[in-house]
Design a protein around this ligand. Structure first.
Ligand SMILES: Cc1cc2nc3c(=O)[nH]c(=O)nc-3n(C[C@H](O)[C@H](O)[C@H](O)COP(=O)(O)OP(=O)(O)OC[C@H]3O[C@@H](n4cnc5c(N)ncnc54)[C@H](O)[C@@H]3O)c2cc1C
Length: 291
């Protein structure tokens, strides 16, 4: 089923996983998905790696989840280091495997490069990939958006204009980059609605796992850590377990406020570690998502 149709009658809980580095890691990812299945997520998604064989693992894992039949799935797809023909081939294979949902992304510049340079005959932006999918395939399509602005954007206005273009080109709904201050999400949704972006905007939540991890992530993706949270994190620089518990507590509060405000869904960046998301879902006791 297409996620856009699920969103018509359900506020979704979704969980994002990433493919392993080597094939023998696939069962581990499937087990992590299985552990969260007890909380009945409305769909799960599998990211698309920066290159190499992990890309085929995205196809393999999404196909396996789809074939199991009890979870809806969305495959991530980026434009990095691939010609349009290669990307088209991936889309054809996903279609053959029965995958119905794609999140269409540009992707980050490969490691060691600071600027995204499209492959020769490749897509330059997510907007181009979305257009290609819409013209040639029947997939339900999602796209990324950035409450605090994308790291390469010069200003929030142009970033929002490109977000709007993603929707005009065919994105059915948007999932946000992670953020730790809900007011960034609420402000973004306000600005999006004023700009006549009327599709569901699902907040993306990353329960922090350790002080070093979250600082590394946030430096990369540009999401700020509120001062009060940063002070607490500082206390747990050498205690990952305590930082993870703080992450559960913080994300529970964050999601509770978002859910109570009426968001269309919550997308959890699980990072293949099911502990925190299961705890958060247990704390929240959302109808239909309790064990
Ligand atoms: C929900 C979510 C899932 C993700 N999954 C993955 C994944 O699986 N694999 C992965 O490698 N990365 C993933 N990412 C990271 C993502 O690839 C990066 O954030 C990347 O830098 C931008 O991708 P995009 O699709 O937003 O690109 P774009 O929409 O192309 O935006 C990139 C930059 O270009 C600008 N821009 C956009 N459109 C245009 C245009 N038409 N003309 C000129 N400028 C434009 C934007 O303002 C922005 O600054 C994910 C991000 C999110 C939020």
């Amino acid at each position: 089923m297409k996620v856009k149709d699920i969103l018509k009658h359900t506020r979704t809980i979704s969980c994002e996983f990433f493919p392993p580095q080597t094939e023998d890691g696939i069962p581990g990812v499937l087990r992590a998905i299985d552990r969260l299945k007890t909380y009945r997520p409305d769909f799960v998604s599998v990211t698309y790696g920066a290159g190499g064989s992990t890309r085929s693992f995205t196809e393999e894992i999404t196909a396996q989840v789809k074939a199991d039949g009890d979870l809806e799935v969305m495959a991530h797809l980026t434009c990095v280091a691939q010609s349009k023909e290669v990307v088209h081939g991936v889309l054809e294979r996903l279609e053959e495997l029965g995958i119905e949902n794609i999140i269409a992304l540009r992707g980050d510049p490969p490691q060691g490069q600071t600027e995204f340079v499209a492959e020769k005959d490749g897509f330059q932006h997510a907007t181009d990939l979305i257009e290609h999918i819409r013209e040639r395939f029947q997939f339900g399509v999602a796209a990324a958006c950035y409450p605090e602005g994308h790291t390469e954007s010069t200003d929030l206005r142009s970033d929002l204009d490109y977000t709007k273009q993603k929707v005009e080109n065919g994105a059915d709904f948007l999932i946000t980059q992670l953020f730790y201050d809900n007011s960034d999400y609420f402000d973004f949704v306000d600005r999006a609605r004023q700009a006549n972006i009327d599709v569901p905007i699902i907040p993306g939540i990353l329960p922090l796992l350790s002080t070093s991890q979250i600082r590394r992530f946030n430096a990369r993706c540009g999401a700020k850590i509120p001062d009060a949270l940063d002070k607490q994190l500082e206390k747990f620089v050498d205690d990952d377990r305590a930082a993870r518990e703080l992450g559960v507590e913080y994300a529970t509060e964050q999601v509770k406020e978002l859910w109570d405000s009426g968001v269309p869904g919550i997308h959890f960046y699980v990072l293949n570690r099911s502990y925190s998301v299961s705890k958060i879902l247990e704390n929240l006791g959302l109808p239909g998502h309790t064990v």
